[in-house]
Design a binder for this molecule. Structure first.
Ligand code: NMX
Ligand code: MLT
Length: 436
């Protein structure tokens, strides 16, 4: 059964569940929220729905109900690999089912067939100033491929509403197929004198990225597969997922929507934190010329806070415990690079920074998030150009946001349009409540 057949079979039940819920319980209040939340970035306001992943504040992410360790055990792996096929992960995100090895390989095959990047994308990237940030190039590349959109073409021709998702699925498979090559192209152009490496048809999607990056160590293939799994989705309220969903809700196709998501990911409070983290670690390391002592690191962390900056990689809007995506990477590092100084430093930060943030008393979550350690693993394998790191996050995140976009179309989710109020209106609401 293809992924499209699986969705076709699942859709009637999901549509009926949604219809029944709205009909029978449409007036039931899910949440009430405060003026502080209206001003405070809508934190914790329960107003989005996705069945693809869920972030529990204490447990962290579950993808389609599975924890990270369950997925690392259950998802099929290429022969000889420790980490699963990204194709199998994509199958799971879209269908909700753990794929068989044949099903995971089928997605990998689909991706190979759809992987050729149009020449105009490379030409466009090359016209940009050489010091353009890689995230700008990556987002532009995704946007440029909007030219290929089947959804946009079919919509213009007059597609039936209940088949929108089929075009979204086609576009999503076409787009995701091309991401590793686009990303590796940007990397090689910017940092390796434009000496490109062609994809190897024998390799899976994750391993091919590693190969095209030019990293010789075979373990980097596993790190890439792990990285793409961990960063793929984080429920729907984070900036990249929400921006993608918002733009997609206007019936913009996945190229427009994903490019918008990438633009949000490029912010230092979101995905760009991974480059900030590595930079912070290197600054510490260079200051002391070695892995510092705990006392030195404590002082450095306080200096960062006292100069009005955040400590990148720590804190989270939803999580209140160590991010399990951090833990999965820490375990990979302990297994494969325990003696690497930058990795050791990243691990030491875990022993120091939560206590510093607790003493400072501002951050609601003093624990590390996904970005706190990812750069140190890349650095170990020679991918040291940290302003590229968010591109890898973006490659992975498009898996999750495109899976969501397919379902948003399939369930006919409407254009997003919350209501805004003016400050005097909120003042009046505040006064009324006080008087009452
Ligand atoms: N270092 C210093 N201060 C922090 C940190 C941190 N790591 N985390 C939170 N705070 C501050 C925050 O700036 C805010 O200060 P103020 O009251 O002066 O505005 C206060 O603590 C309360 O913030 P929270 O409610 O705990 O966090 P919020 O939900 O607003 O923001 C983050 C969440 C993730 C944006 C925030 O923790 C942060 O800036 N962390 C560092 C950047 C980072 O690692 N981002 C990556 C997130 C994961 N990702 O990949 O997207
Ligand atoms: C993410 O992966 O999107 C980040 O952890 C941010 C978030 O979930 O708010």
């Amino acid at each position: 059964m293809t992924i499209k057949d699986k969705l076709t079979a699942q859709l009637p039940e999901w549509r009926e569940r949604m219809r029944r819920l709205v009909k029978e319980s449409g007036d039931v209040k899910v949440d009430v929220f405060t003026i502080a939340q209206v001003y405070g970035g809508m934190r914790d306001v329960k107003s989005l729905v996705t069945d693809i992943s869920y972030v529990d504040p204490n447990e962290g992410i579950r993808f389609r109900g599975y924890t990270i360790s369950e997925l690392l055990e259950k998802l099929p792996k290429p022969i000889g690999a420790d980490m699963p096929y990204t194709g199998g992960l994509y199958f799971l995100l879209i269908t909700g089912e753990i794929p068989s090895a044949a099903e995971a390989e089928e997605i990998e095959k689909e991706w190979k067939g759809r992987g050729k990047v149009p020449q105009y994308v490379f030409d466009m990237i090359r016209t940009m100033p050489s010091d353009t940030h890689p995230m700008t190039l990556f987002s532009m590349a995704v946007l440029a491929m909007q030219y290929e959109s089947i959804f946009a073409r079919k919509y213009a021709e007059g597609m039936k509403r209940d088949t929108y998702w089929e075009a979204m699925l086609e576009d999503s498979l076409n787009l995701t197929a091309k991401l590793p090559e686009v990303a590796a192209y940007i990397y090689r152009l910017k940092y390796k004198d434009g000496k490109f490496i062609q994809p190897d048809p024998k390799l899976d999607w994750g391993a091919n990225f590693a190969h095209m990056m030019g990293v010789p160590d075979k373990k980097y293939q596993d790190l890439s597969r792990l990285y793409f799994l961990l960063h793929s989705d984080h429920e729907s309220g984070n900036v990249s997922a929400h921006a993608t969903h918002l733009v997609g809700s206007a019936l913009s196709d996945i190229y427009y929507a994903a490019s918008a998501g990438l633009d949000g990911l490029a912010g230092p409070l979101h995905g760009l934190a991974n480059q900030e983290c590595l930079k912070w670690l290197l600054d510490v390391y260079n200051k002391y010329g070695q892995v510092p002592t705990k006392d030195e690191l404590t002082k450095y962390a306080w200096d960062t806070l006292n100069s009005g900056q955040v400590i990148p990689g720590y804190g989270h809007a939803v999580l209140r415990k160590t991010d399990p995506r951090y833990t999965a990477q820490l375990e990979f590092g302990k297994k494969h690079m325990a003696d690497d100084d930058i990795f050791k430093l990243a691990s030491l930060v875990y022993d120091v920074v939560p206590e510093v943030l607790r003493q400072q008393g501002r951050a609601r979550d003093p624990w590390p998030n996904v970005d706190a350690i990812s750069g140190s693993l890349q650095y170990h394998y020679g991918v040291k150009e940290f302003d590229f790191y968010t591109v890898m996050f973006g490659v992975s995140r498009i898996l999750g946001v495109s899976a969501n976009a397919i379902w948003a179309r399939a369930l006919g989710q409407p254009i997003e349009r919350p209501k805004s109020l003016t400050t005097p209106m909120l003042e009046e609401i505040g006064e009324k409540i006080k008087v009452a």
